[in-house]
Design a protein around this ligand. Structure first.
Ligand SMILES: Cc1cc2nc3c(=O)[nH]c(=O)nc-3n(C[C@H](O)[C@H](O)[C@H](O)COP(=O)(O)OP(=O)(O)OC[C@H]3O[C@@H](n4cnc5c(N)ncnc54)[C@H](O)[C@@H]3O)c2cc1C
Length: 501
């Protein structure tokens, strides 16, 4: 990286289109950000720049068989738009819902597709961000300036998934596919498929490939916790039978789900053994008491240390019970022309290998950031409650919840950003930056997330790229909805941690 990045010339700055707020990404966070800006900051101009050719982010990128949410849509949906379908939804249903939010709120005119942002340069003199985006359809560079940069780019690289390097991969005679870049023409009829991984993606892909494939094997290094149940919420169905208004149903069902999640999360800490047994008994109900559950579905970690995927209608377990899918818990020694050689010495023969092995973390959308000509080292910054960062003026990032639905936090962060923008307007200031206060000088700095309590692979691999957090509430990143739902709206914007100019 160069020591300094040249500032844009006055001519290019003049060519730029100016908006008060520039939102990066038209996924669930970016569309929600647009909605909240319209509602809460009606006078502000804004644009949403999206590198892909349509909206939805995660729900547009992923096209593997069966792609669905594992959160319920009552809480993964926005708080302002009722969800009226079954709680677990397909990508298509989620996109339909997001499309309705866009048209019902006149957001279409604000979104510009095919705009991949390549650089963002803060200029303290002009008190503006200078943004350069490359158009993927024409190759042209489009320039923008904005007062506030609202980062809704998610947390992983959309162009490619993460596939580890295993010896002998190039010798494999079949096809290797990552679920994130699922080929449209992939025909696996009658094929022997091995799916590597046992997270939510693998657990979705496996039962959705079994009908067509000859057999599907889920190969995992270690077992994962799953929850299962009917893809329905009785209370919602009952309220619908009573013709209760959908906006009430949405709110009531959200409260019920959030209450139950809160109780369950607390119990995983206070009664880890009991909650573990409860989860395992759900699996035993479908796969019996034998070795399959013991060996392949009994994790060694505490429940909730990793996100617990929901298996609607127990489809994965049913396919395993029917013999159309199986699970192998082992490690990969190397790839062979005919499949995978395992450390146990066994060979798994395959025609197609699906690597459901996770994501590449990309903290700031692979955008080259600079502040007054100096390249930004994001890892050197300290986060203000997982939303703003020291040394980065007029910028917020939506990093949602992992234990609860992501969107709960997207709504909360949007309230905060809108309140901050309105506060700045009322004060007549153009710049806000968070900075450590004198009493924070000796504060202990910690990694972005607490790896003891939550440690998915992509975060552990990329932790060195992410900002630090502190051990005081202002500088914490709690990932705790039940704390933040009260704490974020109560933030004192005149606290000394906020520096205005
Ligand atoms: C398969 C899968 C299933 C998931 N299921 C759930 C679930 O059930 N519940 C849950 O809570 N979470 C789930 N998650 C996490 C999920 O990513 C988030 O919940 C949520 O969809 C993220 O929304 P987002 O808008 O913040 O980011 P994303 O969905 O990642 O969207 C970001 C958008 O920004 C665009 N972008 C990025 N960089 C740039 C750039 N430089 N210039 C222009 N545009 C850019 C991208 O193209 C993308 O469209 C899941 C994730 C995956 C991968």
């Amino acid at each position: 990286m160069p020591d300094s990045i040249p500032q844009q010339s006055p001519r290019t700055a003049q060519d730029a289109t100016h908006f008060d707020v520039l939102i990066v990404g038209a996924g669930i966070s970016g569309i929600g950000a647009g909605y909240h800006l319209r509602q809460q900051c009606p006078g502000r101009s804004f644009v949403i720049l999206e590198s892909q050719d349509s909206f939805g982010g995660t729900w547009w990128t992923h096209k593997y068989p069966g792609i669905r949410s594992d959160s319920d849509l009552y809480t993964f949906g926005y708080r302002f738009k009722p969800w009226t379908g079954a709680p677990i939804a397909t990508a298509e249903e989620i996109r339909k819902y997001l499309g309705e939010v866009i048209t019902e709120n006149g957001l279409d005119d604000h979104i510009r597709y095919h705009h991949r942002i390549e650089s963002a340069a803060w200029d303290s003199e002009a008190r503006r961000w200078h943004i350069e985006a490359r158009r993927s359809d024409t190759g042209e560079v489009a320039r923008f300036t904005c007062q506030f940069l609202y980062m809704c780019q998610g947390y992983y690289r959309h162009s490619e998934g993460y596939t580890p390097e295993w010896p002998g991969m190039e010798s494999f005679r079949g096809r290797i596919v990552h679920p994130q870049t699922w080929p449209e023409d992939l025909d696996y009829s009658g094929q022997r498929v091995v799916v590597i991984g046992s997270g939510a993606t693998a657990a979705t892909v496996v039962p959705n490939m079994t009908g067509k494939a000859a057999h599907v094997t889920m190969l995992q290094r270690s077992p994962t916790f799953f929850r299962t149940g009917r893809n329905a919420i009785e209370l919602a169905d009952e309220l619908r039978r009573l013709h209760v208004d959908e906006s009430w149903i949405h709110e009531i069902v959200r409260r019920k789900i959030l209450y139950e999640q809160d109780v369950f999360t607390r119990r995983t800490f206070t009664e880890p053994e009991k909650t573990r047994e409860e989860l395992l008994s759900q699996v035993r109900a479908h796969l019996g008491e034998g070795e399959v559950v013991e060996k392949h579905f009994t994790p060694s970690y505490r429940p909730w240390r990793q996100r617990i995927a929901f298996i609607p209608d127990a489809d994965l377990f049913k396919e395993v019970a029917a013999g159309r899918a199986s699970v192998v818990t082992d490690e990969i020694e190397r790839f062979l022309p005919e499949g995978i050689l395992l450390k146990s010495g066994k060979t798994l023969e395959a025609d197609l290998i699906v690597t459901a092995t996770g994501f590449h973390l990309n903290a700031l959308g692979d955008i080259q950031f600079s502040v007054d000509g100096k390249p930004l080292d994001f890892a050197e910054t300290i986060t203000y409650r997982g939303m703003m960062f020291t040394g980065l003026p007029n910028l917020a990032w939506v990093f949602g919840y992992f234990r609860a639905a992501w969107t709960l936090r997207a709504d909360l962060v949007a309230d905060f950003v809108c309140r901050l923008l309105n506060h700045m307007e009322a004060k007549g200031v153009e710049q806000v930056e968070v900075a450590l206060r004198p009493e924070d000088a000796e504060m202990k700095l910690l990694p972005w997330i607490d790896g003891e309590n939550f440690n998915p692979g992509y975060l552990t691999r990329g932790l060195h790229l992410l900002p630090k957090r502190g051990d005081k509430p202002e500088w914490a990143h709690t990932q705790d909805y039940w704390n933040e739902k009260d704490a974020l709206p109560a933030i004192d914007l005149e606290d000394a941690a906020f520096r205005y100019r």
